[in-house]
Design a protein around this ligand. Structure first.
Ligand SMILES: NC(=O)c1ccc[n+]([C@@H]2O[C@H](COP(=O)([O-])OP(=O)(O)OC[C@H]3O[C@@H](n4cnc5c(N)ncnc54)[C@H](O)[C@@H]3O)[C@@H](O)[C@H]2O)c1
Length: 209
């Protein structure tokens, strides 16, 4: 990928069930991929070439992308500043009243703040509450950063994510994925206000049941 960034992408929360298979496939497609995570035990396992959970095909892929240098494993947020795309797989879980919690995502962004750079693209790949991308975009703008925010949530079948990714997108997975992300950043605008109103309506209905 042509860019002024020395690395192509960082998967934030990349030692988990969603992030690690994605990072492995991106690295295997030739992208300079970094995993950033706070779970030091899992990071060490990954550095040692051992998968922290069962994932079909990953036991062979992980040592390969570590050996060819396409995958880096980092426990410090500084590594984000090198990467053009920041793919966040941290979600906004809801409580029993369907109220979302933004605390995990907010924490990640605060940690990342000193290491963010103009020209990066932040991709939300987890299932997030409507309005989350706008909320993050606003905060980044308040910090004076020119960073695009894209939302690209996908379901994965745990344990079979690698096969699913390949079958769904085919060929050069990451080029397809990232060019789709690029197009969305430029032209795609979800009417989040309408989505929020719809969710509020659903929440109100759930409470009266
Ligand atoms: N099948 C699906 O489509 C599916 C399944 C599960 C989860 N999800 C979504 O994906 C998200 C992640 O799920 P998962 O199964 O990968 O969870 P996971 O617990 O396996 O992985 C999450 C990772 O994020 C890391 N993390 C947490 N806080 C962090 C921080 N502040 N900075 C850096 N790393 C941090 C954790 O250490 C962990 O390794 C969820 O929020 C959920 O919305 C989708």
């Amino acid at each position: 990928m042509n860019s002024s960034f020395p690395r192509d992408l960082c998967v934030i929360g990349g030692a988990g069930h969603v992030g690690l298979p994605l990072a492995l496939l991106c690295a295997d497609s030739g992208l300079r991929t970094t995993i950033y995570d706070i779970d030091t035990a899992k990071l060490q396992q990954i550095r040692d070439g051992r998968m922290p959970f069962r994932e079909d095909g990953a036991d062979l892929l992980l040592p390969k992308v570590l050996a060819n240098g396409r995958l880096r494993v980092e426990g410090q947020p500084e590594s984000m500043s090198e990467c053009r795309f920041l793919i966040m797989v941290i979600g906004t879980p809801v409580d029993e009243h369907l109220n979302p919690s933004f605390s995990a995502i907010d924490r990640v962004l605060e940690n990342a703040r000193p290491h963010l750079r103009d020209g990066q693209v932040l991709v939300l790949r987890s299932t997030v509450f409507p309005g989350t991308s706008r909320r993050l975009q606003r905060r980044l703008a308040e910090w004076g950063l020119d960073i695009g925010v894209a939302c690209c949530p996908e379901r994965v079948a745990q344990g079979h994510s690698l096969r699913e990714f390949r079958e769904h997108l085919g060929g050069d997975l990451t080029v397809t994925l990232l060019s789709a992300i690029g197009r969305k950043v430029e032209v795609h605008a979800i009417d989040e206000d309408r989505m929020i109103r719809a969710i509020d309506w659903l929440r109100a209905r759930a409470r009266t049941r």
